[in-house]
Design a protein around this ligand. Structure first.
Ligand SMILES: C[S@@+](CC[C@H](N)C(=O)[O-])C[C@H]1O[C@@H](n2cnc3c(N)ncnc32)[C@H](O)[C@@H]1O
Length: 295
């Protein structure tokens, strides 16, 4: 078959020369403007080695907006209109939102076996937990499940969970509480039945968090770079996991001190397993790797 036959079959009357490949590249200068902005506004460090990654992540936005180059996108993004309309998409592209139900389960075991019995002995009635950088909700819903299970066997206690994040996109997902069914594979069957409803769609199986669990969670936008964190000052437990890793050490120390100002004395702070607070000037006692108690 000749090339002309293929062209005839395609039947759109267009020649290949009517198209051009998208060859644009995120230049060093444009990358620097984005990376400075990302660091200043969100605290996320973006060294030059991340240029190709950012280029890849922005490509879909550029295509969706039918733009022709990264510079065109940059000019739009930094314009007044772009700052109003594009921040939502930009943030969901720039942030890494990977999370899981029962991720790093050592913290949930500690909560159930150490922290909650201790609070009960101290006569605590309402336990307040903050999932800071909660992503799409798997972390705060896991906290709610663990709390609910504990309280069923220890009546008289109640709890609230606050989830905050910088990305409105993930906060919307958390509020919806709908997940691909495979994401709850690791949860024991009894718990799945108790806390999730299955969709009838068997081709694209999803689950929805039961309304009673959803009601225990409040969600709010919070940027760790903000001067003031508009949340309560007396949390019993704060989860701040797998987000400090994106910040430099100075920013980490500043964020942790602010979180400590929201944690009651004797309360617990959990960080992610690849994160460390070694040699930082923070009012915390190290209980176990990644588990800290407010002095
Ligand atoms: C990798 S997820 C971690 C989710 C969850 N804590 C966990 O461990 O599974 C990191 C989250 O941090 C959020 N984040 C990044 N920078 C932030 C900032 N400056 N303030 C608040 N949240 C931020 C991202 O939007 C993302 O949802």
């Amino acid at each position: 078959m000749s090339l002309t036959d293929v062209e005839k079959r395609r039947g759109d009357g267009l020649e290949d020369t009517d198209f051009e490949c998208f060859r644009a590249e995120l230049s060093k200068e444009d990358f620097k403007q984005f990376s400075d902005y990302i660091y200043d506004q969100f605290g996320i460090k973006m060294p030059e080695v991340k240029r190709v990654m950012l280029q890849g992540r922005l490509l879909k936005r550029i295509r969706d907006l039918k733009m022709h180059s990264y510079t065109e996108y940059k000019e739009y993004f930094f314009s007044r209109e772009g700052q109003q309309n594009e921040l939502y998409n930009f943030l969901s592209v720039v942030t890494t939102n990977k999370t899981d139900f029962f991720r790093e389960s050592v913290h949930f075991d500690f909560l159930q076996n150490e922290a909650l019995p201790e609070m009960e002995r101290e006569g605590k009635k309402n336990v307040k937990i903050w999932s800071a950088a909660c992503s799409s909700g798997e972390e705060p819903y896991t906290i709610s499940i663990v709390m609910n299970e504990y309280i069923e066997h220890h009546p008289g206690m109640t709890f609230t969970v606050l989830g905050t994040d910088i990305s409105a996109n993930v906060l919307e997902k958390a509020a919806r509480g709908v997940y691909a069914e495979k994401l709850i594979n690791m949860i024991p069957l009894e718990m799945k039945r108790k806390y999730f409803l299955r969709s009838k769609d068997r081709e694209n199986p999803t689950v929805r968090v039961v309304p009673a669990l959803q009601r225990t969670l409040s969600l709010k936008y919070l940027n760790f770079m903000d001067q003031n964190y508009e949340v309560d000052n007396d949390f019993d437990v704060i989860f701040c996991r797998n987000v400090l890793i994106y910040f430099d050490r100075e920013t980490q120390e500043r964020v942790i001190n602010k979180l400590c100002s929201k944690l009651r004395s004797g309360g617990y702070l959990f960080i992610g397993h690849s994160e460390s607070m070694a040699n930082m000037d923070v009012p915390l006692e190290n209980i176990q790797p990644t588990i800290f108690k407010r002095k």
